[in-house]
Ligand binder design. Sequence first.
Ligand SMILES: [Mg+2]
Length: 334
Amino acid sequence: MKTTSLSPHLACLLGGAIGDALGGPIEFLSLAQIRAKFGPSGITGYAQLDGGIARFTDDTQMTLFTAEGFLLAPPNADPIPTVHRAYRAWLQTQSGRFDPSRKVLEGRLLALPEMWALRAPGATCLSALRSGRVGSIAQPLNDSKGCGGIMRAAPAGLLFEPQVAFEMGCRLAALTHGHPSGYLSAGFFACLVSALLRGSDLPAAIRLAQLLLLGHTGREETAAAIQAALSLAADSSVPPSPEAVERLGGAWIGEEALAISLYCALVHPTDFRAAVLLSVNHSGDSDSTGAITGNLLGAALGLAAIPQEWIEPIELRAEIERLAVEIEKAASPR
Ligand SMILES: [Mg+2]
């Protein structure tokens, strides 16, 4: 068992926020544009500090609302309806007008002005939540497989044992993303976080999640993307590089975001900095792959592995720390 001094719950949440904040400023830049602006290595730290603060994007905003939703769910009840309410609260924050008096959700996040900032929110999340309908695996809302499901799923892995985390990850993503690749990638990722937190190494965590994936229909694209990441990571003729990352796609869809993050974690399993920098310096959805990779490496390696100069300036650090403590208290026994 890991000791709490390594704070893997906190490291997972902080790691995700850091990866998100690193990737945010280059989300919409091609690799050529990133290199032209920042040099041949791309970004090597925060490209943008706002009054000394490293701002995260919608990925972390929604991850924090996922965490708060799970924490506010009534004991012994299905938590997914409360997670949906938390996403409705997030939708409220995207109205462009700070108004915490209209309470969609109890909890602390709605009272924080930072959470109301518009940081390129995903169109599928917005439209699905605006519809007022509740998506599920049995009754999909749409056919979207965008990475808006997986990018926010880490708290399911922090709270539940791997098999339950897989199901919860799928179900929280299916609230907004109806295509199997949109929610199975999220379930797979949540399962990985859970297994890593319980001391599995990454290859063992992947094997477990692959076994669980076998029980789901519509898994073919997700399974193929994972296999592509594993094969590329095992190919000694291909050194890790942004060009290698781009062989796995652009990460705008769930299974590609999962594949890129898996690849970066597999080729740099003990180096948070190298894995997360590799995960953001490419032409695709840099903040989402940064967030997912940061969640994975944080859960695997704990707080000590995260560069202190990346932790210090992260937005809402105190709130992330509070949520991590509450999650650790609420988490299923290991
Ligand atoms: Mg984003």
